[in-house]
Design a protein around this ligand. Sequence first.
Ligand code: OGA
Ligand code: NI
Length: 259
Amino acid sequence: MNTIKAFHEQPHEAKSKLYTRAHDREWVIYTSNYDLYRTNTATWHDSLAVWLSPEKKRAGEKEIPEVYRKELLAWDLHSEKVAETLLELLSEGLGLGAEKFKDLGFLVTKLIVGHYHPYCPQPDLTVGLTPHTDSGLTVLLQNQVGGLQVKHDDEWVDVEPIPGALTINIGDTIQIMSNDKYVSVEHRVLAKASKEPRISVVAFFNLETESDTNYFGPLPELLTLDKPALYRKFTMPEFQEGFYSKGLDSKSFIQKIRL
Ligand code: OGA
Ligand code: NI
């Protein structure tokens, strides 16, 4: 977190070389509001996103800003071990073999995003990050400033920062494949009038996103006459289209494919 903070606190000229909105062509992306032109709401944060997987998208080491490189590459390995263990537990929690979610490809796509929320003089006029759900499995670190909230029983609840703790989000594809046994979490970040910037480092693990012949859906092992599939099958390009065309949003794809 200190090194992503150092990256964001460099002079403008050092960062602007990496500024891009070509999210489909660049593997190290410095941007502000990744959905700026697809949403009605601009939000109060900048981000540095680094692709780490699949191999053809993996950022070259030299492309990763030097202030952040060593730490990011270490976190790539450690966060993946966390994700791997969690995927095993989530599979076992459904009564399936430990390898199931990994075999389906939940470690195939990996992106680590370091967000920086600067001091906001009028936090009640904006938000840090608009409400949304993530797509796969998310391993999130936040500093002590706080602001992350989850929706629980229709109320926003603070996710209090705990030093050294990770926050894990279940995303929409896990909800669909588990046939609602696991439910994706709606979350947002409030803007804060804190002089100290809010830092978070968010590792996203996701399915292979490009094949349009690879169908996913509720896992057949979980379905019975009493518990039929709640969703139709989908491909990841179909999932991504909704996810990336409208900007951040909550569960609209889940609603679209619900039977
Ligand atoms: C995200 C996200 C929350 C945070 O990047 O998807 O929800 O604390 N981030 O940065
Ligand atoms: Ni999120």
